[in-house]
Design a protein around this ligand. Structure first.
Ligand code: HEC
Length: 218
């Protein structure tokens, strides 16, 4: 047989094979033919299977005591006042308060996570407080102004009284940025009277005898 005839025959067989391979129905939900399966199908346990080989009968093992997830910074303070004060002494704000990027980020995060309770300027007059939630104390008064950054971080992380902790929704960095931003609100408040004095009415300008107006600033 000539080479030409041979290649014609093989070519035809190939063509028929290709056509047949497309024509044959194949169930794609089943695994393909495994010629040498070797160790394809090990007797592996699924994560939530019972397991007679472990002490507690579970397949999923607990992490070793004291292990922490990669990238997670431990926060070793409890939700107690002494621990809040200790955080104030020990934790140092890692972000410079002069960093304008930090202040911009802090303003955004404050608007999202704090403003609805603490109010746009920190005076404790947020929308939630207007609608019946116990209003938070102003962040612009002495108590919060004197509060150390670390304690404020503790409050923001774990909460305090009626305020829930915000560790789950506000990242660690954002909590520091927010604190830097609150400091700017406080600095602004210190530069202007906290409460605008009421406009004087003519009646108050001519007080009757015995009414003291001394010391009242205009
Ligand atoms: C659900 C309302 C609510 C939200 C949201 C909220 N707070 Fe508060 N916050 C409060 C209340 C109420 C208090 C007073 C808690 C207490 O001592 O009883 C408070 C207290 C504080 C204090 C302590 C003030 C002081 O003088 O003792 C700080 C600091 C503070 N919040 C910061 C924040 C920051 C930062 C955010 C945003 C990440 C935030 N809060 C979000 C309600 C809220």
């Amino acid at each position: 047989m000539s080479a030409k005839a041979l290649s014609f025959i093989f070519g035809s067989i190939m063509a028929v094979a290709i056509v047949l391979s497309f024509a044959a129905a194949r169930d794609f939900s089943k695994p393909n033919l495994e010629v040498m399966p070797d160790m394809y199908h090990g007797p592996a346990y699924h994560a939530f299977d019972e397991n007679p080989n472990t002490e507690n009968g579970r397949t999923l093992r607990e992490p070793a005591l004291g292990s922490i997830p990669r990238g997670m910074m431990p926060f070793e303070y409890a939700l107690t006042e002494p621990d809040a004060l200790r955080a104030g002494e020990e934790l140092v704000n890692p972000v410079s308060p002069d960093d304008t990027g930090s202040l911009a980020r802090g303003a955004t995060a404050y608007a999202i996570f704090c403003q609805h309770c603490h109010g746009p300027g920190g005076a404790g007059d947020g929308m939630v407080a207007h609608r019946g939630f116990p209003p938070p104390p102003s962040l612009l008064i002495e108590h919060a102004i004197k509060m150390k950054d670390g304690q404020m971080f503790h409050v923001t992380t774990l909460g305090q009284g009626n305020m829930p902790g915000h560790a789950a929704q506000v990242s660690r960095e954002d909590r520091w940025h927010i604190i830097n931003y609150i400091r700017t609100l406080q600095a602004e408040a210190l530069n202007k009277p906290a409460v605008a004095p009421p406009a004087a009415t003519p009646a108050e300008e001519t007080p009757s005898e015995g009414t003291q107006t001394e010391g009242v600033q205009p």
